[in-house]
Design a protein around this ligand. Structure first.
Ligand SMILES: *[C@@H]1O[C@H](CO)[C@@H](O)[C@H](O)[C@H]1NC(C)=O
Ligand SMILES: *[C@@H]1O[C@H](CO)[C@@H](O)[C@H](O)[C@H]1NC(C)=O
Ligand SMILES: *[C@@H]1O[C@H](CO)[C@@H](O)[C@H](O)[C@H]1NC(C)=O
Ligand SMILES: *[C@@H]1O[C@H](CO)[C@@H](O)[C@H](O)[C@H]1NC(C)=O
Ligand SMILES: *[C@@H]1O[C@H](CO)[C@@H](O)[C@H](O)[C@H]1NC(C)=O
Length: 369
């Protein structure tokens, strides 16, 4: 007996070790709880029971921190929702579920950066990060007073629906999460539409996509647990299918995101298989996995800059992704931001000041597609 004791003791320690280092037992977020933006804040987040989603701070380069929800079990920590995309928080900022049941983000000096709208009465009784990716604030009786699913940024997750008036705004660039140049909206008059924004405002500008038959009677966009997305009327009739690709959610993470290039795509990521994993387009069996099918063609109007900026043109690559190009004699105005358009690199000529180099001119034709 005595000899076996040390062995048992060690075994017990080994069992305990993994849990004490990285496993936080799941708890509801209780009143008074807070998180602080620090270099390690991604590891101190409020996680869902499965730990597949987390709520907390994600650092964005050197610019600051997003109060966000992300896929927590993949190395990329892909962000699916954020509170302060246009107003990053600095180190030391704090999000707190206050004693009176409001969720508030303050900077280090105590100035408010973001808050949930006043929740009324005694506010929330507790918060919880759910396994669906929805962060909820619940009242005393358990009813949701506020949920992140009702305030999407650029992404929808399965079981997250877009209600009348709801919109997704594309990020500005792939790694710059501030409001960008494209949006998807279920308008109050019932049309599901994609628009260019009146950047830097998010007001609708040019309509470049609308699925025909939902016009005028769309009540909700449903993204269901099989990965289908469709528009329903208030009586539940399916008016239009956006994505009809069955996705096995037990094996794959799934999200639908309007990207910085203005395309709304369905992405999957394997939950288990190891090695070289990344987000890929959802398997498209019965329908497309992105809309519009050709954004270069979809955004063409006489007074505007199209899918790319002024003086540039748009082409679809083999991967079906649009890229912006400059015609000869032009370069990008901003190398890090193709959609800002192109500027000329030659000196303009006019008839009053004839050039010596007349011979060096030629006419080139470019088809826009
Ligand atoms: C969270 O709080 C609710 C309501 O008080 C309770 O029903 C639920 O069991 C709690 N969950 C956990 C994991 O503590
Ligand atoms: C994102 O881009 C906008 C527009 O160019 C810029 O104002 C903002 O500073 C950028 N944000 C980050 C974090 O780089
Ligand atoms: C919705 O679609 C209908 C039918 O095409 C159109 O008349 C109406 O103007 C659209 N609404 C908006 C806000 O664009
Ligand atoms: C999702 O919607 C599709 C198409 O309407 C339907 O066939 C499927 O059964 C739905 N899945 C769930 C889990 O409701
Ligand atoms: C449901 O609503 C749609 C759109 O308003 C309408 O076309 C359809 O006839 C309605 N169906 C039923 C069964 O009421």
């Amino acid at each position: 007996m005595n000899l076996q004791l040390p062995y048992c003791f060690c075994f017990f320690l080994l069992l305990q070790l993994p849990f004490s280092t990285n496993g936080q037992a799941y708890n509801n977020v209780s009143l008074g709880s807070s998180l602080t933006a620090t270099a390690a804040s991604g590891d101190l987040a409020w996680t869902s029971p499965s730990e597949e989603f987390a709520f907390g701070f994600q650092q964005v380069g050197d610019a600051g921190y997003l109060l966000a929800i992300w896929f927590n079990k993949i190395p990329e920590r892909t962000i699916v929702w954020s509170a302060n995309r246009n107003n990053l928080a600095q180190r030391g900022s704090k999000v707190q579920l206050t004693a009176d049941g409001q969720l508030v983000l303050n900077d280090q000096s105590g100035t408010q950066i973001w808050t949930t709208p006043y929740l009324g009465g005694s506010g929330a009784a507790y918060g919880a990060m759910l396994d669906t990716g929805n962060f909820v604030l619940a009242g005393q009786a358990g009813a949701n007073l506020w949920q992140s699913f009702d305030h999407p940024t650029d992404t929808l997750l399965p079981t997250q629906n877009l209600n009348s008036g709801g919109e997704l705004i594309a990020p500005y660039l792939e790694k710059n999460y501030s409001d960008g140049r494209f949006k998807l909206i279920l308008e109050r008059d019932g049309n599901l539409s994609m628009y260019t924004t009146a950047y830097p405002l998010t007001a609708s500008n040019f309509n470049y996509w609308t699925p025909g038959s939902s016009l005028g009677s769309g009540y909700q966009v449903i993204f269901n647990q099989s990965g289908y997305m469709y528009v329903v009327a208030s009586n539940g009739t399916i008016l239009n299918r956006v994505f009809s690709n069955p996705v096995p959610l037990q094996d794959l993470y799934l999200r639908a995101t309007i990207d910085y290039d203005g395309v709304f795509r369905q992405y999957v990521y394997p939950k288990t298989a190891s090695g070289g994993k990344s987000w890929a387009m959802a398997p498209s069996t019965t329908s497309t996995n992105f809309v519009p099918s050709n954004i270069c063609l979809a955004i063409r109007y006489s007074a505007g800059s199209g899918a790319c900026g002024f003086n540039s043109y748009c082409t679809l690559g083999d991967d079906q992704r649009p890229s912006c190009r400059c015609p000869p004699g032009y370069t990008f105005s901003d190398q890090d931001d193709e959609r800002k358009g192109c500027k000329k690199t030659f000196i303009s000529q006019d008839c009053d000041h004839p050039s010596q180099e007349i011979d060096s001119f030629e006419i080139k034709g470019y088809a826009k597609h």
